[in-house]
Design a binder for this molecule. Structure first.
Ligand SMILES: Cc1cc2nc3c(=O)[nH]c(=O)nc-3n(C[C@H](O)[C@H](O)[C@H](O)COP(=O)(O)OP(=O)(O)OC[C@H]3O[C@@H](n4cnc5c(N)ncnc54)[C@H](O)[C@@H]3O)c2cc1C
Length: 293
């Protein structure tokens, strides 16, 4: 079993990984080889100590080189659920992977797209964040998909293969999918509705020609780069979308730590790397204490 699993490959996750490596711990970091869009998209970084006036691209390349030097590969799978068991964590990914670790560091950043009314309430009851985990449940049914990143377009194609009809709300430019059973809507929905399960998606006004204000759907997929930590980890304490942590980056769940933007403002690289470093050090202390017990 791994000592730690890090969810997220932004500055917080990278910093945690480097510190765990320096302390000889076994771990896996999940995210993307590009690390984080929030690094590569930064035009000019002026406030990171030691790097003045560098582009996000340069910063990203520096972090990638550091990971390579430390022989830390990034597992390019999206974590779909973290389950706190008695004295370990089970981590599942969208690609069907299942991993176990003694501790977890959440470094998943924050999603700038706001949650839709009804989303949290219907999570697991028709609202899904994982195409490959839940897609088959909607075979021959009508579903809606909200997708925030071109990188996730393949998941739309996967769902369209099973579904009878798909209402697609792409929140990114350059959408290239062309399927007969997909209706594209370029308007933000207002509310997910239903009873025991999702039955409809409401828009403030008719979202497109021949498309009604209330779409009848059996399921709603939210394809986002990051999932809200509360949805990712059952029982995790959050406040206004941020993970509640103390100065040791401990969450309310034993062995689960959090770092970076997901713990709250200010959203800054220096805060993220600092918290990632603290979380990794406390993970090491936690593992030593477990050994002594
Ligand atoms: C355009 C722009 C410019 C900025 N400029 C500056 C600046 O000049 N100075 C500054 O200090 N800050 C700046 N920021 C803010 C800075 O980018 C963030 O504070 C920082 O990136 C936070 O790091 P993080 O590691 O917490 O999260 P992120 O950088 O958001 O990284 C999180 C990573 O986790 C991955 N992830 C999320 N969920 C999962 C999952 N379930 N499974 C696997 N991986 C997952 C995401 O894909 C992402 O790669 C800027 C932000 C933007 C958007």
């Amino acid at each position: 079993m791994l000592d730690c699993i890090i969810v997220g490959s932004g500055p917080a996750g990278v910093s945690a990984a480097l510190t765990l490596r320096a302390n000889g711990k076994s771990f896996q970091i999940f995210g993307s080889a590009e690390l984080s869009e929030k690094i590569s998209k930064a035009e000019l970084i002026r406030n990171y100590p030691g790097l003045s006036n560098v582009t996000g691209k340069v910063f990203c390349e520096a972090l990638q080189a550091q990971l390579k030097d430390a022989e830390i590969p990034i597992m390019e799978e999206k974590v779909s659920g973290v389950y706190a068991l008695k004295d370990k964590f089970s981590v599942l990914t969208n690609e069907g992977g299942a991993y176990e670790s003694k501790t977890v560091i959440l470094a998943c950043g924050v999603e700038s797209v706001r949650m839709i009314d009804g989303e949290e309430a219907f999570a697991g009851r028709g609202v899904s964040y994982c195409a490959t985990c839940d897609g088959l449940l909607y075979k021959n049914k009508t579903i809606a998909i909200l997708c925030t990143s071109k990188r996730l377009e393949h998941e739309i194609g996967y769902l369209a293969d099973f579904a009878k009809h798909v209402y697609l709300i792409p929140m990114y430019k350059d959408m290239q999918l062309d399927r007969e059973n997909v209706t594209v809507i370029r308007k933000m929905p207002q509310k997910i509705e239903g009873g025991m399960r999702v039955t409809g998606l409401r828009f403030p006004t008719a979202p497109a020609e021949n498309v009604p204000e209330l779409l009848e759907i059996a399921g709603m997929f939210m394809l986002r780069e990051s999932v809200s930590p509360a949805v990712l980890v059952g029982g995790l304490q959050t406040e206004q979308g941020h993970v509640v942590v103390n100065r040791k980056q401990e969450t309310n769940l034993k062995g689960c730590f959090a770092a970076g933007d997901c713990t709250g403002r200010p959203y800054q690289y220096a805060k993220a790397t600092g918290e990632g470093n603290v979380a990794a050090h406390i993970v090491c202390e936690y593992l030593s204490a477990q050994k002594e017990d």
